[in-house]
Design a protein around this ligand. Structure first.
Ligand SMILES: [Zn+2]
Length: 247
């Protein structure tokens, strides 16, 4: 019942806030039946329905958004193994998601190994930083925060043989201090978990993302057309830590 009410609320919000501006959508993993690595994972059947809806609604799935309208970038957080298990689907549909890796999770049970990561990179998957320990960045003192940002960047640049200039905040939390430290460490694009359109009025590199991992087809259709916008303030109150005095 509650699920149905939520779905109706999303659909109504989607109609009220309708827009086809470019957006980032994000997931944690995908899985075929009986091979699920995390309870945050999306069944492949549902993921395929999402992809079909994007196409039907006139969106193009791109590795990086360049245009203000009708483009969708797909993110996966944490580097779970299911994207490797299901890589053939991504290749077949020319989907090149950005996957955010937390260094401490690489190679653990249910997560990508370094060789999985390199194989996926060759197939067009893009890898960027999700910091080192996968913990709330606002909880670190200055010295440890610097390590989280710098050591993860260095590790990935050595592994991937490319520059790593994008980071996604673990668990979504950030603050002015985190933004400043990210910039100093050399990150130019900072992925939050605040919902909204890709192009916004900010000039500090912070981008918004819309979580869709459990969205039913009708919720998903509403979200890609702007239904999350009214919830921005709620998410911001939760994820933007102010003041951040963990120095
Ligand atoms: Zn994460």
């Amino acid at each position: 019942m509650l699920k149905k009410i939520k779905e109706i609320a999303f659909v109504l919000s989607g109609k009220l806030n309708a827009n086809t501006q470019s957006k980032i959508i994000f997931y944690h993993d995908v899985h075929a039946p009986n091979r699920c690595h995390t309870d945050m994972s999306t069944p492949m059947d549902l993921f395929k329905q999402h992809i079909d809806i994007l196409k039907a609604e006139g969106y193009i799935i791109v590795p990086e958004i360049k245009n203000p309208n009708a483009e969708i970038q797909i993110n996966f957080d944490d580097g779970f193994k299911g994207i490797y298990d299901n890589k053939a689907y991504f290749v077949e549909h020319q989907i090149r998601p950005t996957v955010f890796l937390a260094i401490s999770l690489i190679g653990k049970e249910g997560y990508l190994t370094t060789s999985d990561i390199l194989e996926l990179q060759d197939l067009g998957f893009i890898f960027e930083s999700h910091a080192y320990a996968h913990e709330n960045l606002t909880s670190f003192n200055d010295k440890d925060l610097h390590f989280e940002l710098q050591a993860s960047k260095q590790y990935l640049e050595d592994l991937l043989h490319k520059e790593v200039k994008e980071i996604c905040f673990p668990i979504g939390y950030f603050s002015n201090r985190v933004l400043q430290f990210c910039k100093t460490a050399g990150y130019t694009k900072l992925y939050s978990s605040l919902p909204g359109n890709y192009f916004n009025t900010r000039n500090d590199g912070l981008v918004y993302r819309n979580l869709v991992q459990f969205s039913s087809p009708s919720e998903f259709k509403a979200i890609i057309n702007g239904a999350m916008s009214p919830f921005f303030g709620w998410y911001k109150r939760k994820q933007y830590v102010h003041p951040d005095d963990k120095r």
